[in-house]
Structures are given as structure tokens and as C-alpha cells.
Design a protein around this ligand. Structure first.
Ligand code: UD1
Ligand code: CA
Length: 455
């Protein structure tokens, strides 16, 4: 059988210290779940040979990464990190894995380069693990050495100054490299005799040392990116680290980032050099911002495209939207999934657009709802125009032709079509199609009566 270096992500824990029902590995940093980052870091080194132990909220984790689910191993009861490894062992052996890197799923910012260097330095060892030096070892597992030689990893709870001390500040980062054949006989030696009553993967170190195997603690400095996340505060700190790194990269590439400390850009976002982002703003998901486009302050954007010279003005909210060249939205615009503003189309304040195409040059300046609509080029949609697209059961389409003019405060009761060049009088409730070039008025006529005064 071929020999494979594989990776195993431990992601079954509940994350009690997060105080949330969401499995910890699905907690998000700049819009992406922790586990997504771990896979990003591992993929260049391990390709498809990445397995994941899931347990708490396994169905949710599976649903978040369906493409990886065939390499998920279920740890039905979470009896500790050592138990997670035991549960996955046979699947790894069956797949031909001979050398295994194990990484905690709560270490999302581990850089690929650090992992690659660690694997390179672990060659020939039975067991190696990454260590970091911290001023305060906090709740991390502590590395115990004698004359510089690793003896054990002792969890903070179990650390005893008399037996192990003094603590040096060298901690276990939670990344291990195992020679599977060498480590296999140690697995059965793990016990729950510790303060947590769990099987610890870290006990493998002491067991290997007892058997005179070659064990290495690979020191990796003090890089905060390698710290595990256990609490909301640590999540926020890690997110800030990542945010600053992404913004620095954008600035270096030629993006104009104003009020940079409050610009939050997700890792999948692409911003072209010459574009402008002004904080505070969030730009997340698979968003693309083209050259010379401008995203103003107090804007939230996810999974959208902002074309060249397009502008997203302050206080706008975009999700799954597309702005063509020189299109504008806002201030105070809401573009929901499927909103498309083609070249030179403008929507102004308090305009909501959902699953609708506003073709070239369309203007909807104020206070409108356009849902399931196709609005022809150069048409003007007056203030307060509403597409009544929902009959309580189904959604219906509104089609408006080119060069039409929809008067203010018009209700378009879908399904309905307004022809090209048509004019709809202000305040109309349009329930029937309007032919091309027609004037439609559908409102009560004004009556001016004599005013009656009390006697
Ligand atoms: C662990 C290490 C500690 C190290 C730290 C680094 C152990 C015993 N301790 O502590 O030495 O300094 O990471 O961040 O390993 N998990 C499972 N199944 C379980 C329990 C946990 O898959 O039964 C997963 C969790 O989802 C998590 C990872 O293992 O992603 C680590 O578990 P966690 O409880 O966070 O360990 P720490 O206390 O942080
Ligand atoms: Ca942890």
C-alpha cells in the first residue's frame, strides 16, 4: 500500500468556554467558519488527505462542509482529544496514512508555511509537536523538559509546581506529527486519570518518552496566529489579527483604505488595486470590488460584485447583489439576493431591491420596493413605487419596458407588465398590463367639494 502523510483535524468538542450552542469550529471570523481557515491552511500541504473528527453538532459541521463529509469520522461521545485520535485511527490506517499531522480545529490562523516547516522538521521522529513561548502560559498545556529534553506535556489543570515546575512559558500549540506505526502501541496506554477525566492526546508524549522513542518539541516562537481559540474574547482577538493582516495586504496592493482600523474584509473578498474602501465597513463572503469602485462608510456587503466606477454610498446593505459599471446604490439602499443594477443604474435612499434586474440607466431614487422585477433600460421609477409581488402564497413577476415612467406612489400588483414608453400616473394601483406607449391612471378622481363648517 502507498504511504501517505495525512492530516487530522480535531473538531468534535463542544467549546463550552464559548458559551454558545454553535459548535466552536463553526464560529466565524470575518464571515468564515474557523474550520474553513484550518482547511485553507492544510490543503496546500495535504491535498485531499485531510480527515476531520466531528461530534458535537456533527450534522451542522457536515452541512457546512458537504464536500469534505466523506472524510469525517464521528466521535459520538467526546471523551477527550486522545479519544478523538483513537476513534479516527482505523480510518486513517485503512486509507494508507503512515505519517499523521493532527491539528486542533480551534487554531484557524495557523499559517501554511509554519505547518510545512513543522512537518519538515519532524522527519524521522516518532512524535513531534509545535511549541510556543508565552509570557503567560494561561490554560495551555505546558511543555516539561529536563536538560532541554522533552519529558511530557502537562495540562494547566494538572500542572503541579513540585512535580513539574517551574513553568517556563513554553506551551503546546496543539499541532502534532505522528509516525503511525510507532505511536500505535501507545494509544491503548491513554487513561482518564487527570483533573478533567478525559483521554488526552498530550499524554502520548510522556508515554513515548517512557519507551525511549524519539520525541521532539519543535519551537515555533511566539506567533499569536498559532494560539487556540477557546473564548469569545480570544475569537475577537484572533479576528482582529486577521483583519489587520488582510487590510495591510490590501493597502500594499494599491487599494485605498480609509479609516483602515474599522475596515473588515473577509478572506475570500477580492478588491482590485485602485478601488476605495472607507471604514467603518464590512465586506464579506465571495465579494468582488473592481477598480475605481468606491465603498463608503457604514456599509455592509456580502457575496456581491461592485463593478468598475460603481459606488456603494454610506449606510447601504448588499447581499448577493451586482452593480455594473458606474452604477450607484445608496445612501441607505438595501440590495438583497439577485439584485442587479446594470451599467449607470442608480438606486437612492430607502430603496429595497430583491431578485430584480434594473437595466442600463434605470433610476429608482427614493423609498421603493422592487422585488421579482425586470425594469427596462432608462426607465424612471418614481418615489414610493412598490411591486406587490407576493399574494400571500406565491411570488409574481413585474416587467417594465424601456423608457417608461412610473409615477410616484404607484403599486404594481404582480403579475403585471408595463410596456415600453408607458407612463403611469402617480398614486396608481396597476392591476392590469399597460400597453407600450400608453398612459395608465388607476386612482380615484379628485373631487373638490364645498367645505361644510359647523353651525
Ligand atoms: C489542547 C491541548 C493543550 C494545548 C491546547 C492548544 C489536550 C488535552 N490539550 O487544550 O495541551 O495547549 O489544546 O490550543 O489536548 N476535541 C475533540 N474531541 C474531544 C475533545 C476535543 O475533537 O473529545 C477537539 C476540540 O473540538 C478542539 C480540539 O480538540 O478543536 C482541542 O480541544 P480543547 O478542548 O480546545 O483543548 P484545550 O483545552 O484547548
Ligand atoms: Ca483549545
Amino acid at each position: 500500500m502507498q504511504s501517505i502523510t495525512g492530516a487530522l483535524v480535531l473538531a468534535a468538542g463542544k467549546g463550552t468556554r464559548m458559551h454558545s450552542d454553535t459548535p466552536k469550529v463553526l464560529a466565524r471570523l470575518l464571515g468564515e467558519p474557523m474550520l474553513w481557515y484550518v482547511y485553507q491552511a492544510l490543503a496546500p500541504v495535504f491535498g485531499d488527505h485531510i480527515w476531520t473528527v466531528v461530534g458535537h453538532g456533527a450534522d451542522r459541521v457536515r452541512a457546512a462542509f458537504p464536500e469534505r463529509a466523506d472524510r469525517f469520522v464521528l466521535q459520538a461521545e467526546q471523551l477527550g482529544t486522545g479519544h478523538a485520535l483513537q476513534v479516527a485511527w482505523q480510518s486513517l490506517r485503512d486509507a494508507g496514512v503512515t505519517r499523521l499531522v493532527v491539528i486542533n480545529g480551534d487554531t484557524p490562523l495557523a499559517p501554511t508555511a509554519a505547518l510545512r516547516a513543522f512537518v519538515d522538521q519532524s522527519g524521522g521522529c516518532a512524535l513531534s509537536f509545535m511549541t510556543l513561548s508565552l509570557r503567560d502560559p494561561a490554560a495551555f498545556g505546558r511543555v516539561v523538559r529536563k536538560n532541554g529534553v522533552v519529558q511530557a506535556i502537562v495540562e494547566a489543570k494538572d500542572f503541579d509546581l513540585d512535580d513539574h515546575g517551574p513553568a517556563t512559558g513554553e506551551i503546546n500549540a496543539g499541532v502534532y506529527c505522528l509516525d503511525m506505526a510507532a505511536v500505535e502501541p501507545l494509544l491503548a496506554g491513554l487513561t482518564t486519570e487527570n483533573k478533567s477525566g478525559e483521554f488526552y492526546i498530550t499524554d502520548l508524549v510522556g508515554l513515548a518518552v517512557e519507551r525511549d522513542m524519539e520525541v521532539k518539541g519543535v519551537h515555533c516562537g511566539a506567533d499569536p496566529q498559532l494560539l487556540g481559540i477557546n473564548s469569545p474574547a480570544e475569537l475577537a482577538d484572533a479576528e482582529e489579527l486577521l483583519r489587520a493582516r488582510i487590510v495591510a495586504d490590501l493597502r500594499a496592493s494599491g487599494v485605498l483604505v480609509r479609516a483602515a482600523d474599522s475596515v473588515r474584509v473577509g478572506p475570500r473578498v477580492r478588491v482590485a488595486p485602485g478601488a476605495e474602501l472607507c471604514g467603518p465597513c464590512d465586506v464579506l463572503g465571495a465579494t468582488r470590488i473592481d477598480a475605481s469602485a468606491c465603498v463608503g462608510p457604514h456599509v455592509w456587503i456580502a457575496d456581491s460584485e461592485v463593478g468598475p466606477d460603481a459606488q456603494v454610498r454610506p449606510f447601504s446593505h448588499l447581499e448577493g447583489a451586482r452593480l455594473g459599471p458606474n452604477a450607484w446604490a445608496g445612501p441607505f439602499a438595501r440590495l438583497r439576493p439577485g439584485a442587479v443594477l446594470e451599467r449607470d443604474a442608480h438606486v437612492g435612499n430607502f430603496v429595497e431591491v430583491k431578485k430584480s434586474v434594473l437595466r442600463e440607466g434605470v433610476k429608482a431614487g427614493h423609498l421603493s420596493y422592487l422585488g421579482d422585477a425586470d425594469v427596462g433600460a432608462r426607465t424612471n421609477v418614481g418615489a414610493g413605487t412598490i411591486t406587490c409581488n407576493y399574494d400571500g402564497k406565491n411570488k409574481h413577476a413585474t416587467v417594465i419596458g424601456e423608457d417608461a415612467f412610473i409615477g410616484s406612489n404607484t403599486a404594481l400588483v404582480a403579475p403585471v407588465t408595463v410596456g415600453r414608453d408607458a407612463l403611469v400616473g402617480a398614486g396608481s394601483v396597476i392591476t392590469h398590463d399597460v400597453p407600450d406607449g400608453a398612459l395608465a391612471v388607476a386612482r380615484g378622481r379628485q373631487k373638490n367639494l364645498e367645505r361644510k363648517r359647523g353651525s
